[in-house]
Design a protein around this ligand. Structure first.
Ligand code: GPW
Length: 809
């Protein structure tokens, strides 16, 4: 990799501006400079992209394809500069040209093609694949509108469209020549060929063109550039014109064109919840049909092997069940286009697909109405029926002990198609995303499937890319770490463990403390500039950033804040370390209770932040439009990382890992990856509270606990709930009745009251621990030291060796 100096870059930026914009630097805007720099980066990347593809082709390496309805990649200029080894030079060049680096980077719109954890995980995986020299690529959808932009107006969430493609997106290349045709609806006709085999023909289908847009995925200083291919839906060229000549078809065609473009129109804003919308089903099939066609075309072109050898050269990971129609689609092409027999096609298919499960929440499990699939995808429906038939037969004949369970195991049951069942039956690997999650799948949620296919099930604990989430977002911390233990940790993140040797070195701990404090000042400035609220940079920054969900329990957090406020009102002179509670969260637009919680947090904030009687000891900040870029600002400044889901509900969590890596201490339940964090750092370096997963599951089995008992016996709880009910936190006195009712009349389904007291007590431990700076920093450094275990490099190595069987090229 050539060394590019700041002065080279400076010159190149100046030249670009003249050639492309006909302007001098002095007249250039941040945007002009952003585009100039991006195109210079592209110039560097593109030869490597070409070479990487050549290399994979000439070595005929096995490829992994990650199919996902979401890729939450955020901004790319800074991370591409970092991975290409140009970031320092670029920062220097920009400053010398009189620009603030941060403002130039901020010209890029976040690519928010994902909702939350699942989409961000896909983005981290791509970064690790490329950085570890693995031939691995993503397939997704180029949504014209990403996840909505959130505004808070009078405390309420308001959603605005995210038209992120308004300005040209410099990282994508349209590759029209690789377009494929996707067919929906129509009729299937069956014929007998002369040799007796069956032939299926489709008639009167609606045809759509899938056009790929490719985004380079740059590996860290290794010249590897992989591909994220995003499909865009367009009318098939020529068809409009032909019809237009028939006259009068104009309006019909405009309408038709519009309905086609809708397929890649917007990302559904539901996180961990399922809605049976037909357009979403169309999107899913659009993604998988285009990707599978593309994968097979490429295999045939570059490997010159029979399709029976596909599993030796291709493995496809499906990110939850959202792309699970890829399975019948693969069967369809192998049989109908490639003339394979069922058994041969089934053998190939079941050796190519691997499935990752990301949740056990029942409201998130996808099941489609049989009729909807039958109507939209008639041939696919026939294939699913056949898979189901054969699977049920095999239970009936080979597993008599499970005969009674067939309705609970069948892929098609009571008029619905169960996608997780389809994925398990048809994949060679089924993995959960954290140890406890995989155990719950095996012992409970998918128990019978586990007994049928014990060897398919395995765990792959999630990870995060330490390049973006430490090196890029927290350069000061990265520098101190490298000063202390050298910089090998950047290539081998587990070497962060060497920090343990220094975790009692007072001078060093003070340095870490100083870095944290500088990051907190930066965030405090940002908050002031965004909200006008001044926060105390010496206060504890207590952070909960994630999608708003009842099971994630932002409500428990704000109840604790209300409790603290009530206490301070009674005793303003109370000796207490000042606290700043920072929230960032989007709610699905149709998720009423989640939106009520957003309103509650903002309402509490509007009271607490302006009450001078509490002497600035408590501040509540709700930052609007939480997204990847905002996470990048908040995470380096966090002292406490709130990971307080109802135990058993959060499959893994990944924000917990990001904050740990930046020296925050986790305050959490024994859920998801929190358990693995605790096992590493030990009980002394984490704040754990609340019911365990086993306890929660047992309560559920026995009909829950009695929430009203707590309401009637704990004055602190009663007071808070009554305040919600009586409008002490609202303009009108009906403000938060629904939250009140949900807890007392629906019996607190997420155990907020049950965990309230232990949560309070644990917060008290936090507050006391924070007073001893050195001990706190020792805990903080211990967390950073162990966080290398959660680099997605580690996760990807495990996928590669256990599931994908792919080699580094
Ligand atoms: F419901 N997750 C997510 F399982 O962000 F599909 N969106 C989703 O739709 C689902 C899961 C789904 C999250 C999990 O909630 C989180 O615990 C996990 O860390 C993350 O996926 C990545 O595995």
């Amino acid at each position: 990799m050539p060394q590019i100096t700041a002065s080279d870059l400076k010159e190149r930026i100046e030249k670009r501006l003249i050639i492309e914009n006909g302007m001098e630097v002095a007249n250039a805007t941040n945007k002009d400079v952003y585009y100039a720099l991006a195109s210079i980066v592209n110039e560097e990347i593109i030869p490597n992209w070409f070479n990487t593809n050549q290399k994979y082709a000439s070595k005929r390496s096995k490829q992994v394809y990650y199919l996902s309805m979401e890729f939450l990649i955020g901004r790319l200029l800074e991370s591409n500069l970092l991975n290409y080894g140009m970031l320092h030079a670029a920062k220097e060049a920009l400053e010398e040209l009189g620009f603030h680096t941060e403002n130039v980077f901020a010209e890029e719109r976040d690519a928010a093609l994902g909702n939350g954890g699942l989409g961000r995980l896909a983005a981290c995986f791509l970064d690790s694949l490329a950085s570890l020299y693995y031939p691995g690529h993503g397939f997704g959808i180029r949504y014209r509108y990403g996840l909505f932009e959130q505004r808070i107006i009078h405390g309420n969430q308001v959603e605005l469209p995210d038209y992120w493609l308004k300005n040209p997106y410099p990282w994508e290349t349209r590759n029209e020549e690789e377009s494929v045709v996707i067919q929906f609806q129509g009729k299937v006709h069956m014929f007998k060929r002369n040799d007796g085999s069956l032939e299926f023909k489709y008639e009167n289908t609606d045809k759509v063109m899938a056009v790929p847009y490719d985004i380079p995925v740059v590996g860290y200083k290794n010249n590897v550039v992989n591909t994220l291919r995003l499909w865009s839906a367009e009318p098939i060229p020529g068809t409009e014109n032909e019809r237009m000549e028939e006259n009068q078809a104009f309006y019909h065609d405009l309408d038709h064109q519009h309905s086609i473009e809708q397929i890649s129109g917007f990302l559904y804003p539901d996180d961990s919840s399922y809605e049976g919308k037909e357009l979403r089903l169309k999107q899913q099939y659009f993604l998988v049909s285009s990707s599978i066609q593309n994968i097979l075309k490429k295999f045939k072109k570059s490997y010159h092997l029979p399709l029976s050898k596909l599993p030796e050269k291709v493995v496809i990971q499906i990110n939850d069940t959202h792309p699970s129609l890829a399975i019948p689609e693969m069967m369809r092409i192998l049989m109908d286009d490639e003339r394979m027999e069922w058994d041969a096609a089934w053998k190939v298919t079941t050796n190519v697909f691997a499935y990752t499960n990301h949740t056990t929440l029942s409201e998130a499990l996808e099941t489609w109405p049989e009729e909807m699939i039958k109507d939209l995808l008639p041939r696919i429906y026939m294939i699913i029926e056949e898979i189901n038939e054969r699977f049920c037969q095999s239970i009936w004949f080979d597993h008599e002990e499970l005969r009674d369970e067939i309705p609970e195991l069948a892929i098609i049951s009571y008029g619905r198609v169960h996608m997780a069942r389809l994925a398990i039956v048809s994949s060679f690997s089924v993995n959960g995303v954290a140890r406890i999650h995989t155990e719950i799948l095996k012992k409970k949620e998918m128990k019978d499937f586990y007994s049928l296919f014990p060897n398919k099930f395995n765990n792959k604990t999630n990870g995060i890319t330490h390049r973006r989430w430490l090196l890029q977002v927290n350069p000061k911390l990265a520098e101190v770490v490298s000063d202390v233990i050298g910089s090998q940790w950047i290539k081998r993140p587990k070497q962060l463990i060497s920090l343990l040797k220094y975790s009692n070195d007072k001078a060093l701990l003070e340095q870490f403390d100083q870095v944290k404090h500088e990051n907190k000042k930066l965030l405090a400035n940002y908050i002031h500039q965004q909200t006008g609220i001044l926060i105390d940079d010496q206060s504890i920054f207590d952070v909960q950033i994630k999608r708003l969900h009842e099971y994630k329990r932002q409500l428990l957090n704000i109840f604790h804040v209300i409790y603290l406020y009530n206490e301070l009102k009674e005793n303003p002179n109370q000796d207490m370390t000042p606290r700043t509670f920072i929230f960032g969260a989007k709610a699905a637009p149709s998720y009423y209770l989640a939106k009520e919680v957003i309103k509650l947090i903002n309402t509490v904030a509007s009271i607490v932040n302006y009450d001078t009687s509490i002497q600035g000891k408590l501040k509540v900040i709700f930052l609007e439009n939480y997204n990847v870029s905002l996470a990048e600002r908040i995470i380096p400044a966090a002292d406490i990382s709130e990971q307080i889901s109802t135990a058993s509900k959060e499959a893994s969590g990944t924000g917990n890992m990001k904050m740990m890596m930046n020296g925050a201490l986790t305050l959490g339940t024994l859920d998801g990856a929190n358990i693995e964090i605790r096992d590493l750092v030990g009980d002394d370096n984490i704040f754990i509270f609340g019911l365990t997963a086993d306890e929660v599951l047992e309560y559920y089995q026995n009909g829950g606990y009695n929430a009203r008992d707590i309401y009637h016996t704990d004055d602190r709880v009663k007071r808070i709930l009554d305040q919600l009910n009586q409008g002490a936190f609202g303009v009108h006195d009906i403000e938060f009745k629904d939250i009140f009712y949900n807890i007392l009349y629906h019996n607190d389904p997420y155990f907020v009251l049950k965990d309230f007291e232990p949560y309070l007590e644990t917060h008290e431990l936090v507050e006391r621990a924070y007073r001893d700076r050195l001990t706190w920093m020792n805990m903080s450094v211990t967390n950073i030291a162990y966080s290398g275990k959660f680099s997605s490099d580690q996760t990807i190595r495990e996928y590669a060796s256990d599931i994908w069987k792919i080699k580094q090229v």
